[in-house]
Design a binder for this molecule. Structure first.
Ligand code: IPM
Ligand code: MN
Length: 379
């Protein structure tokens, strides 16, 4: 049987396989109890692919990703591959996927669950109720710009260099995603660059301003320098609704935003391409946290970011908002009930393993689902 819910699972390295296992159980649950008919295919990426095939992403796996309706991704990298040639490093597999699938819009939401407001390293009143969305450009900028490399100057001095470069359409299409998202949220966009020092930053601001004027003047737009944005994120994060920024600033600022929520282990992300002829976007969903090799294989990892990445998949790729709400509500209830993985431990909470956290969320989904049934039956 073929479905239009073909999901390619790339668990990757480190804690990737452990957290992916919990997402896989969730997908099974959706198939069993919601008749979701997800069809799962598994593949290798990152160090795992390098060990098996000598490359961090084979052409076959790339083709599978292109053919899938969505890709669910764990995490890649680790010290084991420190000496691997640059082009084959675990991260290169992920970057190639992003580029070849043209996943230019990376959505990184930072929301603080009530139960976790105290777990943040910031004061609870600074972060409680926080709900912001970083839209990170993901297929251009310094990550892919050329020339890049190292060379030797005529005087014998060696140097290393990268290129930050953005074309007008690259800026416009990601800004458009940000404005559209803002319209469905609090209607505010902060466009972040370093127009005070970078030519590409001046250009970024010019393009965003023009698009805003032409099509989105109903949305509140602010321009902010990236250094100020980093400071404002820890000073008063609730001033933000949607932040749109380039690949590199988005990488840095999203780690910062993630910590506001208590732990990197809480943050999901969606990487989206342009809508195709059938209206569907290519998409890849992954937790923002890395492969955390220091805790890999010990059942210590927090599976919540991976589970929430799956709920983003339900929402953005499959139009299954009700099921996405169910996952998110279940996570929220389990946290409110006091279960914690090591990264979000607080006083008077119970420390549990990756698998026990997964069990608890699945059990809660079942409970919520049955309550929903009962409510429907009473109508
Ligand atoms: C991320 C990661 C990646 C990035 C690495 C693993 C290449 O840090 O997704 O934020 O820098 O984009
Ligand atoms: Mn990062």
């Amino acid at each position: 049987m073929t479905t239009n819910r073909k999901v390619l699972m790339l668990a990757g390295d480190g804690i990737g396989p452990e957290v992916m296992h919990e997402a896989a159980r969730m997908i099974e649950w959706m198939n069993d109890y919601r008749g979701a008919a997800f069809e799962i295919q598994e593949g290798l990426c990152g160090g795992a692919a390098y060990d098996a095939h000598g490359t961090s992403l084979t052409d076959e796996t790339l083709a599978d990703a292109m053919a899938a309706d969505a890709v669910l991704f764990g995490s890649v990298g680790g010290p084991k591959w420190d000496d691997v040639p640059r082009d084959e490093r675990p991260e290169a597999g992920l970057l190639r996927l992003r580029k070849e699938m043209d996943l230019f819009a990376n959505l990184r939401p930072a929301t603080v669950f009530d139960a976790l407001a105290e777990a943040s390293t910031l004061k609870a009143d600074v972060v409680s109720g926080l709900d912001l969305m970083i839209v990170r450009e993901l297929t251009a900028g310094v990550y892919f710009g050329t020339p890049r490399g190292t060379d030797r100057l005529p005087d014998g001095t060696r140097r290393g260099f990268d290129t930050e470069v953005y074309t007008e359409p690259e800026i416009e299409r990601v800004a458009r995603v940000a404005f559209e998202l803002a319209r469905k949220r609090a209607n505010k966009v902060h466009s972040v660059e370093k127009a005070n020092v970078m030519e590409s930053g001046v250009f970024w601001r010019e393009i965003v301003t023009a698009l805003h004027k032409a099509e989105y003047s109903d949305v509140e737009l602010h321009h902010m320098y990236a250094d100020n944005c980093a400071m404002q994120l820890v000073r008063q994060p609730k001033q933000f609704d949607v932040i749109v920024t380039n690949n590199l600033f988005g990488d840095v600022l999203s780690d910062c935003a993630a910590m506001l929520t208590g732990s990197l282990g809480m943050l999901p992300s969606a990487s989206l391409g342009a809508p195709g002829e059938d209206g569907r976007r290519k998409a890849l969903y992954e937790p923002v946290h890395g492969s955390a090799p220091d805790i890999a294989g010990q059942s210590l990892a927090n599976p919540v970011a991976m589970m929430l990445s799956y709920s983003m998949m339900l929402r953005y790729s499959f139009d299954m908002a009700e099921e996405a709400d169910l996952v998110e509500q279940a996570v929220e209830n389990v946290l409110a009930g006091g279960l914690r993985t090591a990264d979000i431990m607080q006083e008077k909470t119970a420390k549990v393993s990756t698998g026990v956290m997964g069990d608890a969320v699945l059990r809660e989904m079942g409970k919520l689902d049955r309550q929903g049934d009962r409510r429907a039956a009473n109508i």
